[in-house]
Design a protein around this ligand. Structure first.
Ligand code: MG
Length: 258
């Protein structure tokens, strides 16, 4: 079967399943290393080391996504507080009360998986706790309706509904995507939508579902570094992401870990 189609072969799915387990284990370890006083660069180095130890390759490092002018310089995206996505690792020191989104992709035996989570440091305020809960539940809601016969619109509708129920907003410029043969593939998966609209899902599709949720306004801006998005009102943002396999029943979460 074509290496370019949206439907993955059983052999490729078996590899993606292994890669997904590796990624989930590594992201958890990086998450556990998020404590006051560490720099975002430290987390990036840890992620790269753990990936290479598994015989895998960081898939964001030196990758140039569509529309970007330069290659991404890190292994990990680390987006703190009002940073929405694609924060570049550096000398920033993490502090008690921060919420930290870590987004990581790897290539294992030629196939790509992608995962993200938001991690609170120490005691965060009530709104931050609610933001993380809403974003995690939005991901779960999106995954619940991600099955053959449903549509991309069903996923977006489920995610947006959950987010709105909490009084938060969905970033419309950013969303999920196909994944597997490349770090980003068709289709784009909006985190809002109408039930029954958009592309129909088929068994064998592999999708990265990633609600990106703001505490205040949905509007974001891109910093001059060309990668980091921040909220326009500087309120906080959170992201959770899984790579999933579409089946005729419940989706299989490939980045679930063991
Ligand atoms: Mg992604």
């Amino acid at each position: 079967m074509s290496k370019h189609g949206m439907i993955k072969t059983p052999e490729d799915i078996a590899i993606l399943r292994e890669g997904g387990k590796i990624l989930a284990t590594i992201l958890k370890e990086v998450g556990d290393a998020i404590v006051p006083g560490v720099t975002t660069k430290y987390l990036d180095t840890l992620a790269e080391t753990l990936i290479r130890e598994q015989g895998a390759i960081p898939s964001f490092l030196n990758y140039t996504p569509e529309g970007a002018k330069t290659a991404y310089p890190g292994t990990l995206c680390v987006s703190v507080n009002d940073e929405v996505v694609h924060g570049i690792p550096g000398e920033r020191v993490l502090e008690d009360g921060d919420i930290v989104d870590i987004d990581l992709g790897l290539e294992y035996q030629g196939l790509f998986v992608d995962m993200a989570m938001a991690v609170p440091i120490g005691e965060v305020d009530a709104s931050a706790k609610k933001l993380l809960m809403a974003t995690r539940e939005a991901l779960e809601a999106g995954i619940r309706v991600a099955r053959a016969g449903n549509t991309l619109g069903d996923i977006g509708y489920a995610i947006e509904g959950k987010v709105r129920g909490y009084g938060f907003t969905v970033v419309e410029e950013l969303g999920g995507h196909g994944v597997g043969y490349a770090p980003h593939e068709e289709p784009h998966i909006a985190n809002y939508g109408e039930q029954g609209k958009g592309m129909k899902l088929k068994a064998g599709m592999v999708l990265a579902i990633e609600p990106i949720v703001n505490e205040g306004t949905r509007f974001v801006k891109l910093l001059p570094d060309g990668y980091t998005f921040v909220t326009r009102d500087h309120k906080r943002s959170a992201q959770f992401e899984h790579t999933i396999l579409i089946t005729d029943g419940d989706a299989e979460i490939l980045t679930k870990g063991s």
